[in-house]
Write a protein that binds this ligand. Structure first.
Ligand code: NI
Length: 217
């Protein structure tokens, strides 16, 4: 199997697995992240096999999507890579990326990532901001049975990744605890540019949201 065929088969496996997912981590999130990674990767001259495979597999076994919120990323991704005959340094690189790139693994200390890891992380984070970020934030909130906004709640900070997992924020509060912080956490130049546009759109959206909340617009 060629590398291109492995990428295509992986995409098809993830598409089938997550097409009906309803908390914002569905196939279309993976698809958009994949397209972003290709765009960023081209500009950064990365090993695109590693970057694309990591992006396609990054939510597989994620604690948010697993029963009992138990993280099974390493185990599930490893199994799939074995099936795809991806071994040696490619396998190691992909596994390192998917087990170190997520936001909650970077709460306390920023993880060292390869160029391909930085690209995958940027692409994933870009899909969490802008128009897509707003839509995903609210669909996730709904899937968790929470309210979209509670005027009494104040943004909090988190002490560890366990703390973040347990007290995961939702609705408008999530903008202040995570989404508005992402533009300053982008790794690559290309992603920084895209993030700035998306960030401005979210600020504009929140201004309108709060005006409408009090019937002022
Ligand atoms: Ni993701």
């Amino acid at each position: 199997m060629t590398k291109l065929q492995k990428i295509k088969q992986t995409a098809e496996y993830i598409r089938k697995l997550s097409i009906n997912e309803n908390s914002g981590h569905d196939w279309w999130h993976i698809y958009r992240t994949w397209q972003l990674a290709k765009q960023i990767g081209k500009a950064e001259k990365a090993d695109m096999f590693v970057a694309e495979m990591a992006v396609l597999l990054h939510d597989l076994g994620d604690y948010k999507l697993e029963p009992n919120h138990k993280d099974r990323t390493a185990e599930k991704v490893k199994k799939w890579l074995d099936k795809m005959d991806v071994f040696g340094s490619d396998k190691e690189k992909i596994l390192h990326i998917v087990t170190h790139m997520s936001y909650n693994k970077n709460v306390l200390k920023t993880q060292e990532l390869s160029l391909e890891g930085k690209i995958a992380q940027d692409a994933d984070r870009l899909d969490a901001i802008g128009a897509m970020g707003i839509a995903r934030c609210f669909i996730y909130t709904g899937a968790n049975g929470a309210v979209m906004y509670d005027p009494g709640m104040k943004p909090r900070s988190f002490k560890s990744s366990e703390d973040y997992q347990q007290r995961h924020s939702i609705g408008v509060q999530h903008f202040y605890e995570k989404l508005l912080l992402l533009k300053d956490l982008m790794n690559t130049k290309t992603a920084k540019k895209i993030a700035l546009r998306r960030h401005k759109f979210m600020e504009q959206y929140l201004k309108q949201f709060f005006a409408e909340w009090v019937g002022k617009c």
